[in-house]
Design a protein around this ligand. Structure first.
Ligand SMILES: [Zn+2]
Length: 479
């Protein structure tokens, strides 16, 4: 098959002869194996499967077949500002989005960011993404966010939030309840799920957020919350949530970086999971990515990209950064004790699990997606790039995924049995339209801000750096 449009025909799909990382409970790896997809499900996995009539056969030889990756926290609306905040700290992110310009975003701007973000995710092999949508200032904004997620053939979860109001305000309005009843009856589907997204900063011992947690409980939907963010959300929020009985196995704690052992114990005891955005934690300053603490406490981990004002939807990058951050810390602390780390604790295999099964578990979708096993919905990525000198030799598949592969190597992506990318090209997705609507949003925002604010927002001041005196550098003065 050379024409990618043929892939959209709804035929059975047979991926032939790849190295299959099943990510089943035993983490079985199959060499030179096939994966058969019929309808929306994985029908069979094994050597030399028979092709059903009309099957679309994809040559996976030399490639890696793995489950679609899962991003459990991404502020998708901000993709309209792609790369704008590359030099921001978290403080500058808050000032620009929360205090200055976030309120300028209209429903069509939320739509534009979400549309591009959703397309970008499936292009990168991220078949499920949680849209941590915290700028839904009106129901029209929420409709726009959900519309974009519905139009792109990926699996999504709308995590509804609104930074313009307190969570106990927006979550208790009749309009909000009506929106949920209309768009997410029964709490949504496995193609478009629903969460409540809000934070619990240490502002009031009265715990006004209680009302929003009660709404989530009544709707029977999970809460996702930025927890353990340096000087923003603290142990106090975790304690209040726990003492009021709102922590459960569906709760997602984003970053979870600066918490005490007591808070980690509360998270572990109630079965919730942490969503690590390692690159965000490293660059913005929420706290050091807490992989070692989460391991010590037996807390489940998933990975996330946070926002494309800094990074794209690239979970290869997240896996790489997460593994490196864990090892960097281990070496640095050992060196401070005059010791040498001779064996790494965290392995490439584990972060591939976090990027796939970890996300599925966090979202209650473990019976649906996250591994390549017969009966599960077919969310599959083929990493294969015959033009790349980095695709061979393929000796250590987990290591290859984490430290060698990159999003440009994503050859084929299947979501819910549908081929959405084939031979490095998106199938059935209107990228030109996304480019057009995002262009309109950028033009509008530039006009709202004006040239000076636009430029200043992108280029924060640089603190003065003093170069140390160097004893090996001599300055001779002549009398
Ligand atoms: Zn976030």
């Amino acid at each position: 098959m050379t024409n990618p449009d043929e892939a959209a025909a709804g035929r059975p799909v047979l991926l032939r002869g790849g190295t299959v990382l099943t990510m089943d409970d035993a983490h079985t790896i199959l060499a030179d194996a096939d994966v058969l997809v019929t309808g929306d499900r994985i029908a069979a996995v094994g050597p030399r499967l028979e092709a059903p009539d009309g099957a679309l056969e994809i040559d996976a030889s030399g490639g890696i077949v793995m489950p679609g990756m899962i991003d459990t926290h991404r502020h998708m609306w901000q993709t309209a500002m792609r790369g704008y905040g590359a030099d921001w700290t978290l403080t500058q992110y808050f000032v620009w989005n929360y205090l200055q310009w976030g309120k300028s975003f209209r429903p069509q701007d939320i739509y534009a960011g979400n549309l591009l973000s959703a397309i970008e995710a499936i292009d990168a092999g991220v078949t499920t993404t949680v849209d941590w949508s915290h700028n839904l200032q009106s129901i029209d904004h929420a409709e726009a966010a959900a519309d974009a997620l519905t139009e792109v053939p990926g699996r999504f979860v709308l995590a509804y939030g609104n930074i313009a109001q307190a969570p106990w305000e927006w979550s208790t309005t009749p309009e909000f309840r009506d929106f949920v009843a209309r768009r997410f009856p029964g709490g949504g589907t496995d193609m478009l799920g629903f969460q409540l997204a809000f934070d619990v900063p240490p502002a009031s011992p009265d715990f006004p957020e209680k009302a929003a947690f009660e709404v989530a409980r009544e709707l029977d939907v999970p809460v996702t919350t930025h927890a353990g963010v340096w000087k923003v959300t603290t142990d106090e929020g975790i304690r209040l949530m726990h003492e009021h009985g709102f922590m459960n196995e569906r709760s997602v704690y984003v970053h979870a970086a600066t918490l005490s052992a007591d808070s980690y114990h509360r998270i572990a005891a109630t079965g919730g999971s942490a969503s690590l955005s390692t690159e965000s934690e490293q660059s913005a300053g929420q706290g050091y990515p807490p992989t070692w603490k989460l391991r010590e406490h037996g807390i489940s981990v998933s990975l996330s990209m946070d926002t494309s004002v800094w990074w794209s939807a690239d979970l290869f990058s997240a896996m790489r950064a997460t593994l490196s951050a864990d090892r960097a810390r281990e070496h640095l602390e050992a060196h401070a004790r005059e010791e040498t780390v001779t064996h790494h604790k965290l392995r490439a295999e584990q972060v591939v699990d976090w990027a796939t099964r970890g996300g599925a578990r966090a979202l209650g979708l473990d019976s649906v997606t996250g591994s390549i096993e017969p009966g599960k919905k077919a969310d599959i990525v083929l990493i294969k790039n015959d033009a790349s000198p980095v695709m061979f030799p393929l000796l250590n598949p987990y290591g290859h995924v984490v430290f060698q592969a990159q999003r440009g190597d994503v050859h084929t992506v299947i979501v819910n049995g549908r081929v959405v990318k084939y031979d490095h090209r998106l199938v059935g997705t209107d990228l030109a339209r996304a480019r057009h609507v995002v262009g309109e949003t950028v033009d509008y925002l530039k006009g709202e801000l004006g040239t000076q604010a636009w430029d200043e927002g992108m280029q924060p001041e640089i603190p003065e750096i003093r170069v140390l005196e160097n004893p090996y550098t001599y300055t001779y003065t002549q009398d």
